[in-house]
Design a protein around this ligand. Structure first.
Ligand SMILES: C[S@@+](CC[C@H](N)C(=O)[O-])C[C@H]1O[C@@H](n2cnc3c(N)ncnc32)[C@H](O)[C@@H]1O
Length: 347
């Protein structure tokens, strides 16, 4: 069967945006301006986060392999990058909302922490119904929609504080969780498309992976001594929700009921340097692209030197960008103190 040639790039407008920390959503056109000049068919997005970069490149017809050690990030990539055809239909939605007997885990554990009692009951009910779906892509779509609903309903999209601190009265805060969920299902359904490639979604530690791709894109947590870059601390609730808190030990002393962070070499200065070295060594035969910022370590010159050990040509582009609040690494509103966003390319 001949694949109908469409303009996949138009599909990008359907990407389900979230306020994911460090998301490249706003600067993806600037990144593409540089990547479009490079010759590659396949790409490995090794720290996928919101998956905006992988999804954008899927829309450019590339074969995308995406990875993040957070399971909730992987539900997004399974739902809209690896998945080419499956959508949630009316009867799926009906079965997702149906009443059931469940263990009430969320209502009990997270009472008076993030959501109202009715919302917690809704989450317990839907989470159980999701477990009964029998297709992995339907499961990912439903989980991704539930995660997006929870993030939308939280100010700043994060789970580090009790209640509604910073509630700015946005429409998103007023909407019921169920309404966010139903809207998110529509949004995720629309994002499903086929680009003629076999795209793959992974959920491992990048440092343990062996992946082959023409181009590798590294956007790890930016290390700065002044602030933590721990994603799990901010998103533990949606990570637990996706994993159904199975095999997870909640830290009982924690007011927000979080659990221990996953180990990442990007959490400390020394291990950040070694992690970059190892990645460059492992992927020296691919085009290496890195996003990093001017207030992080390794510094621009150091990273350039490290990359030059493996690559004959290294170019560094500066991208004009100020992250919005919630992105702790970046000072806002002070132009003199503006953090620069870099794109390193090793050819
Ligand atoms: C800066 S964010 C990526 C943002 C992404 N490019 C986007 O546009 O949304 C870094 C990501 O790396 C992930 N991460 C951190 N350490 C990791 C590791 N050792 N292996 C895999 N993923 C890791 C985090 O979970 C986080 O999603």
């Amino acid at each position: 069967m001949q694949l109908e040639i469409e303009n996949f790039a138009d599909q990008f407008q359907y990407f389900p945006g979230t306020r994911y920390m460090g998301s490249k959503n706003k600067i993806i056109p600037d990144i593409w301006q540089h990547l479009s000049k490079l010759d590659f068919e396949s790409v490995y997005d090794a720290f996928a986060g919101s998956n905006v970069v992988g999804y954008f490149l899927k829309c450019q017809g590339k074969k995308v392999i995406t990875n993040d050690f957070l399971s909730f990030s992987q539900t997004f990539s399974k739902a809209i990058i690896e998945n080419s055809f499956v959508k949630l239909d009316k009867s799926d939605i009906k079965s997702l909302l149906k009443k059931n007997k469940n263990n009430g885990f969320i209502s009990e554990t997270f009472r008076d922490i993030f959501f109202s009692e009715e919302e917690n009951e809704f989450l317990d009910r839907v989470r159980k119904n999701i477990s009964q779906l029998d297709n992995e892509y339907k499961t990912s779509l439903a989980l991704a929609a539930l995660v997006r609903a929870c993030m939308k309903k939280r100010s700043r999209g994060i789970f580090t504080f009790v209640g509604e601190r910073y509630n700015d009265g946005r429409a998103d805060m007023k909407k019921l969780l169920e309404q966010h969920f139903l809207e998110s299902i529509e949004i995720f359904n629309q994002a499903v498309f086929e680009n003629g490639q076999e795209n793959i979604s992974l959920n491992e530690r990048t440092e343990k992976q062996n992946v082959k791709a023409d181009l590798v894109y590294f956007d790890p947590p930016y290390f700065t001594p002044k602030s933590d870059n721990d994603y799990l601390r901010r998103y533990h609730f949606v990570e637990g929700l996706v994993r159904n808190w199975e095999g997870i030990t909640i830290q009982e002393h924690s007011i927000v009921k979080k659990f221990a962070s996953y180990k990442s070499p990007f959490a400390k200065k020394e291990t950040t340097y070694t992690a970059f070295e190892n990645l460059f060594h492992k992927f020296q035969n691919s085009i290496i692209v890195i996003s990093y910022s001017s207030n992080s370590f390794p510094a621009k010159d150091e990273l350039t030197a490290m990359l030059s050990k493996y690559k004959s040509k290294v170019v560094v582009h500066e991208i004009d960008h100020t992250y919005s609040f919630g992105n702790q690494n970046h000072k806002i509103g002070n132009k003199n103190n503006r953090v620069k966003e870099y794109l390193f390319i090793g050819l």
